[in-house]
Design a protein around this ligand. Sequence first.
Ligand SMILES: [Zn+2]
Length: 161
Amino acid sequence: MESKNKEKSAERLAVSKIRCGTVIDHINAGKALLVLRILGIKPGSSERVLIAMNVPSKKMGKKDIVKVEGKYIGEEELNRIALISPNATINLIEDYRVSEKRRVELPSVVEGILTCPNRNCITNSREPIKSRFHIVKKGEEVRAVCHYCGRRICELDRYVV
Ligand SMILES: [Zn+2]
């Protein structure tokens, strides 16, 4: 019982420690760096980012957490995370408190996030065309269909730009 409480308070701490910003919780274990990539936070970015990987989680066994300090990330951007972590939750933090909590929602279309594996696809030519995929959910599996050539992909984490 005591260790359970400890685990709980440790979890809470991990979520609420920043003063303000965006916390992405319940990321599938090992996907935190991919989440950063999806959010456009790359080496050389100026955002202050805290990453926790393989944190024990009652719900998921293990999970990752990403905290971006001093920045409220937009809903559309955050929903892209659902492509690789459909159970991720978003906490907006103000003055160390959670001001808003919600789950990510699978977008119906994503642009510029995934690459098309079809070499002959127009998005892989020299044309300056952004990739565009329609997202479909089949049971628990998330798939994407290229808008331009119709190529279907699953295991989307392999195709993140
Ligand atoms: Zn394509």
